[in-house]
Design a protein around this ligand. Structure first.
Ligand code: COA
Length: 257
């Protein structure tokens, strides 16, 4: 079974569906490579006018990094995986056509960052968002510190990032995380409808407008600072403890080293 499904809809809409339901679409190295290849192909396809990212599972859009895979990682393994993960998030952010996240269930850590990398977030009432990295000894490394702060403001982003707390769909709408809220089961349909509307407009004008909206914030320096922060946490004893504690289903014992 392939873990990435692509399907064409209407005139110029491509849906990319995440399909690793047993691990809540957690992002392993191979999954990141497969997704990046998919987004690079779409970026080069002049017939694609809008992209929807969805999940085959009602339970989760994506639960972030594959912590089970990482439980067996040395520091060197984690550092070696880093460029693969960064390339995935860049491949979504750099799509020349609009991208819409269709979120149902959990969007945590890198899963939330995947949604934040899109231009629009559509979610249903089951959605739960969180940048939970600090709870496992890490720092968001997929652009989340920058993209969330820009989306909802620095104070509200700090509340979520520093506590690692999760917010339900209603709070996510209030905070400005979710652009359109739907009833359960309607999220794909709504996201595809929005994508069809976008795809019905001038492709040239839409791509140019996307570039202009993105230019409202130049996040390059911020992404570099986030990368340094991620590296500082990645080689810490707390990071190893956080991931071991997740795998062993227990609370972590932080040492601050
Ligand atoms: N990496 C690897 N496996 C994961 C995972 C992740 N990020 N998230 C969930 N899974 C696995 C679980 O280990 C479990 O596997 P098992 O059946 O072999 O025990 C399976 O997916 C289902 O997870 P479970 O916790 O039983 O389901 P749930 O619906 O009650 O909860 C989550 C789902 C996503 C809330 C919960 O699994 C969770 O908190 N995951 C970690 C999310 C996280 O912190 N991500 C950020 C990492 S930086």
């Amino acid at each position: 079974m392939s873990d990435v499904i692509t399907a064409r809809h209407g005139t110029g809409v491509c849906e990319v569906t995440l399909q690793r339901p047993d691990v809540r679409n957690a992002i392993s190295t191979q999954f990141a490579l497969d997704l990046t290849d998919t987004f690079h192909d779409l970026a080069r396809d002049p017939d694609v006018r809008a992209v929807v990212i969805s999940s085959s599972s009602e339970k989760a859009f994506c639960a972030g990094a594959d912590l089970k895979e990482r439980a067996g990682f040395s520091d060197d393994d984690l550092l070696a995986q880093r460029p693969v993960v960064k390339a995935l998030f860049a491949s979504v952010r750099d799509l020349p056509m609009p991208a819409i996240a269709a979120v149902q269930g959990f969007a945590l850590g890198g899963g939330f960052e995947l949604a934040l990398s899109c231009d629009l977030i559509v979610a249903d009432e089951s959605a739960v968002f969180g940048l939970t990295e600090v709870t496992v000894g890490l720092v968001p490394g997929g652009g989340g510190t920058q993209l969330l702060a820009r989306r909802i403001g620095a104070g509200r982003a700090a509340d979520l990032i520093l506590t690692g707390r999760r917010v339900d769909a209603e709070e996510a709408v209030r905070l400005g995380i979710v652009d359109r809220l739907t009833s359960p089961g309607q999220v794909r349909g709504t996201a595809l409808d929005v994508a069809e509307t976008i795809a019905g407009n001038s492709p040239l004008a839409v791509r140019a407008a996307k570039r202009a909206v993105r230019a409202a914030f130049d996040a390059r320096l911020g992404f570099d600072v986030e990368d340094s922060a991620w590296h500082a946490a990645a080689v810490s004893a707390d990071r190893r403890e956080g991931i071991a504690a997740f795998a062993e289903k227990r609370s972590p014992n932080w040492t601050g080293r």
